[in-house]
Design a protein around this ligand. Structure first.
Ligand code: GLU
Ligand code: MG
Length: 455
């Protein structure tokens, strides 16, 4: 549809609204934006809304990272992608659009995460690969109470994993969440009460890579907002409680031909049903994983989650149906073996910026494809049960165990740095190192309270 007519179509849908949110996700993984009054929408859709450049370097703790390239001077424009327009079922007088950050001359800003993902999608397309993806999120629903000065949380209930008790206790809020996601064109696939008390998992259908990342923005916004309408607080923290299950945002992805008629990761002649391309992709992801997790699991709290034996993955292994492997090859659907062939990155959580996470995943995988990197043998046990020597013999490594260590790996990873581009990787390191330093010496558990309700 030509842009003019799609803008007009949108304007027709907004007459009863007051505000349209122009959203973006910053380097700290926080979803932010500005809203225009609907009367000015026509002009704002083409002209955008001004954003001070320094905002990209706000940490997830809401202070401007020391050493950031920009402060109070200089602006980009938040230019909405009109195809992302959606009315907000939980905020009936508002709608949202997701934005690119463009320089005043119209060029994509080097620090814009969404433009980075577009570049990686274009690189994949040069290889004839069109990527589909989905973020498979877990989150907690909690009640907040005031105990003196202390904010306290109680679990929604002590539901058992996958239990009927859990389904019933969360029935009303989950039904409202599903209705709100569906109204925004996200296709809900499965729901289950997860292991932690009050923890939920709700998966949505894959979409093209850009839409998948946009969907992650809509998903996080919607879950938080609908939970609040039920007097609940949604926590997307990677590890909201030290002694309970973590929240993953596992990334599922597959590669297709241009007409989306052929799944390029599937090959019926292979014992595992995987193509050479899929193996190379896994090889690339495993090769870069120690650096990649600086982007896919990017908070101090993320590294509390990535422990052996918690089904979140902790080692650079891949495996068939192995929930302790960094890259899991999920079971394919019976009768839809080819269509449902996909890969899953477990080392991803909802505190990431989905554009950076998916873009960096593609950059790592494409290195595997370009250089025909083999992933080695699959792992069919929990690699945490092997000794260090047994893992070393198989080329399997423990991930970096802190955010700082992962950031150092990222800085050394020429492939990821090259893909991100020097300005973006430098700014990202500045932001994330500021976050890591913030937690130094603050005592065990401080980051739990800081991150419990951030994302
Ligand atoms: N909660 C686990 C994680 O932190 C995932 C459990 C599962 O396999 O669904 O990623
Ligand atoms: Mg799960």
């Amino acid at each position: 549809m030509p842009k003019r007519s799609s803008n007009e179509t949108i304007l027709k849908q907004t007459r009863d609204l007051q505000l349209v949110r122009f959203l973006y996700c910053d380097l700290g993984g926080i979803i932010r934006g500005k809203a225009t009054h609907v009367d000015h929408l026509a002009a704002r859709m083409t002209g955008g809304i001004g954003l001070v450049k320094g905002m990209i370097a706000m940490t997830s703790l809401d202070f401007l990272a020391p050493g950031a390239s920009f402060g109070p001077v200089g602006e980009v424009r938040l230019i909405p992608d009109v195809s992302t327009f959606t009315r907000l079922p939980y905020a009936p007088r508002s709608a949202q659009m997701i934005c690119d950050m463009l320089e005043l001359n119209g060029d994509a800003w080097a620090l814009d995460p969404r433009s980075f993902l577009k570049r990686m999608i274009a690189r994949a397309a040069e290889h004839g690969m069109f990527i589909d993806a989905a973020f498979e999120n877990e989150f907690y629903l909690l009640r907040k109470t005031e105990t003196g000065m202390q904010r306290d949380v109680e679990s929604l209930d002590s539901s058992l994993c996958f239990s009927g008790i859990g389904m019933d206790s969360a029935e009303r809020v989950m039904q409202d969440i599903i209705a709100a996601l569906t109204a925004q064109n996200l296709i809900v696939e499965q729901y289950m009460p997860e292991l932690g008390p009050g923890q939920q998992e709700l998966s949505i259908r894959h979409a093209n890579a850009l839409r998948a990342a946009d969907n992650q923005i809509t998903y996080r916004q919607t879950i938080r907002a609908v939970a609040a309408q039920h007097d609940l607080v949604a926590s997307f923290a990677p590890k909201p409680f030290a002694d309970q299950a973590g929240n993953g945002a596992h990334i599922h992805w597959s590669a297709w031909n241009k007409s989306h008629t052929k799944n390029l990761f599937a090959d019926a002649r292979d014992a595992n049903g995987l193509s050479e391309l899929a193996y190379h992709f896994i090889g690339g992801v495993l090769k870069h994983l120690s650096a990649l997790i600086a982007i896919t699991t990017p908070t101090a709290n993320s590294f509390r989650r990535l422990q052996p034996h918690f089904w979140s993955s902790a080692y650079t292994a891949w495996g068939l149906e192995n929930r302790e492997a960094a890259v899991r090859v999920p079971t394919r659907y019976r009768g839809q073996e080819v269509e449902s062939t996909n890969l899953e990155l477990k080392a991803s959580d909802p505190s990431n910026n989905p554009y950076l996470a998916l873009g960096a995943l593609l950059a790592a995988g494409l290195d595997g494809v370009e250089n025909k990197i083999q992933p080695g043998a699959s792992t069919d046990i929990d690699p945490g049960n092997w000794s260090d020597d047994e893992r070393a013999a198989r080329g399997i490594q423990r991930y970096p165990e802190t955010l700082s260590a992962a950031l150092n790996e990222l800085e050394k990873d020429a492939v990821l740095c090259d893909a991100l581009g020097a300005p973006l990787v430098q700014e990202y390191l500045v932001v994330k190192r500021a976050e890591a330093e913030h937690f130094e010496g603050k005592g065990d558990g401080y980051e739990l309270t800081q991150y419990r309700f951030k994302f």
